[in-house]
Design a binder for this molecule. Structure first.
Ligand code: ZN
Length: 150
């Protein structure tokens, strides 16, 4: 299968059957992330364990296929990680999307399926879509005072 087809397939799969979309019962951290240039609008919800790890991650809201697939893949990747590790993954993902990190082995090792979004680095109009979930995650982890939990 060609890489382009594989990328499309993965994005489709995450849109048709997202694993982490919905409302979490008792989130610890909640932050809305908006990408006005496309209309992507998500609410990210994180549950933390007693030892500071991300126990669960979910999102609600709506947006284009890339924004939704990207945040769904992100949730897969950060569950079980510490806040610091998750924040670091956001930097790796953002480095990939901005074309600053290009080592495929490193990207696949750290980002797993999310590495399939690498080609977005050649689609400037979609960069903000792909980054939305990841930058929202980093923002709430590093600035807990922004918590919108009710
Ligand atoms: Zn979008």
């Amino acid at each position: 299968m060609e890489l382009k087809d594989l990328y499309r397939e993965i994005v489709n799969e995450h849109n048709l059957r997202p694993s982490h979309k919905g409302e979490m019962a008792n989130p610890d951290l909640v932050l809305r992330g908006v990408n006005p240039s496309c209309g992507d609008d998500i609410i990210l919800q994180l549950k933390l364990s007693a030892d500071g790890k991300i126990e669960d991650a979910m999102f609600s809201g709506s947006g284009c296929a890339i924004s939704q697939a990207s945040v769904d893949m992100m949730a897969d990747q950060i569950i079980g990680k510490t806040k610091e590790e998750a924040s670091e993954l956001s930097d790796v993902f953002s480095g990939m999307i901005k074309g600053e990190i290009t080592d495929d082995d490193e990207l696949e090792d750290k980002l797993d399926e999310a590495a399939s979004l690498k080609d977005i680095s050649h689609m400037p109009a979609r960069v903000k879509c792909a980054l939305l979930g990841w930058r929202t995650m980093k923002e709430i982890l590093e600035n807990p005072e922004k918590n919108e939990k009710k």
